[in-house]
Design a protein around this ligand. Structure first.
Ligand code: PMP
Length: 353
């Protein structure tokens, strides 16, 4: 049998890896440690019983977009929804990237920005962050000047560092970006400010957010962007017809009715993040300040990969970034429940002392 080969650029790819092991304490994928409120589950069950299952869903996702728009004070024409913010990013790349075009990323950052770009035949211009992982504006100027990218990606708070870009930085990058500026705010609700403030019809800026983290809905795969209506109109041409199923639309509509509960969860997680950061700082670890629901740290006394394995032996899973470029020896831990974090901290205490 002859195996048919994918195109060369895909054959050479390693794909996106995030090991999912069967453990008791899962702190590796930045999900919410708690489920949505019981009222949400009931609302979704009711909505499921009302879906016209024999019909295609509302292709334009009208009500869902309107409800998300209300969250952010914009109309539905400024909202694009898709299956997770990853699909939003993919649609952006399919629309504005492609052969002969490029995107710019500033490493270390979310690996999918570059990965999706390559999958869509788009060149990737990689800029470097400063030693402390902050954005170096001189480097941004250089990369954008040389590559003239169709899309410039920022990620705020940045995954995996947790760092929040300031408004002044985003405004500066906006003046430098020759194409579209995408601010990935998958963790935006945990941060003290949002680039949503800067979105308007005349600015080539879009902000992506997700239901996977703050809304406790990673299982649903629902994400969106807010941007100028002329961007949304182009994305609508590219995305597959009926890409968002009726059940998911109903789940999203139900969720936004629980905004207050979501904000309470965010406040609790932010408080717990503070506790986790300070406890990690009391251990022999370098800790980076985070504006997200995760914390990046580097153990000083034992090599990071070794710490990761010893945590797995204790049924605790964190993200092993120790062999990633620029993140030598680093681990990233999701803020969990108090109990989960206590288990992690106790285990780290044993391993590092
Ligand atoms: N952007 C960033 C920065 C992320 O960390 C993630 C989740 N790992 C995503 C986007 C994708 O999230 P989702 O597809 O679940 O909305």
């Amino acid at each position: 049998m002859i195996r048919v080969q994918p195109r060369a650029s895909v054959a050479l790819m390693e794909g996106y890896h995030s090991p999912q092991l069967d453990v008791e304490v899962r702190l590796n994928t930045n999900e919410s440690p708690v489920p949505p409120p019981p009222g949400f589950t009931e609302a979704v069950a009711k909505a499921a019983s009302e879906v016209a299952w024999h019909r295609y869903p509302d292709r334009a996702c009208t009500e869902l977009r309107a409800r998300i728009g209300e969250l952010h004070g914009v109309g539905p024409e400024q909202v694009f929804v898709a299956n997770g913010s990853n699909e939003v990013l993919q649609t952006l790349s399919l629309t504005y990237g492609g052969p002969g075009r490029s995107v710019a990323v500033f490493e270390p950052t979310y690996a999918l920005h570059a990965h999706i770009a390559r999958l869509t035949g788009t060149d990737v211009a990689e800029g470097e962050r400063a030693e402390d992982f902050s954005l170096d504006l001189a480097e941004v100027r250089r990369v954008l000047g040389e590559a003239r990218p169709a899309i410039t990606y920022l990620c705020s708070p940045n995954n995996p560092t947790g760092m929040v870009e300031t408004r002044a930085t985003v405004e500066e990058v906006l003046t430098l970006a020759p194409g579209l500026l995408v601010v990935d705010e998958a963790y935006g609700q945990f941060a003290p400010w949002s680039a949503l403030e800067l979105v308007d019809e005349d600015t080539p800026l879009v902000v992506t957010q997700t239901f996977s983290k703050t809304w406790s809905m990673a299982a649903a795969r629902l994400g969106y962007l807010v941007g100028p209506s002329w961007v949304v109109a182009e994305l609508e041409k590219v995305v597959l017809p009926y890409h968002l199923d009726a059940f998911k639309q109903a789940a999203g509509i139900a969720a936004v009715g629980f905004r207050r509960e979501m904000e309470q969860r965010v406040a609790q997680l932010n408080e717990e993040r503070g506790r986790l950061e300070s406890a990690l700082s009391d251990l022999p670890c370098d800790v980076w300040p985070s504006g997200a629901n995760f914390v990046l740290f580097r153990p000083r006394t034992v090599e990071g990969g070794d710490v990761w394995r010893q945590l797995v032996d204790r049924s605790i899973l964190v993200r092993n970034c120790s062999s990633w470029p620029r993140l030598d020896g680093c681990l990233r831990v999701t803020v969990g429940t108090r109990d989960e974090d206590d288990r992690l901290l106790a285990a780290l205490g044993e391993i590092l002392r």
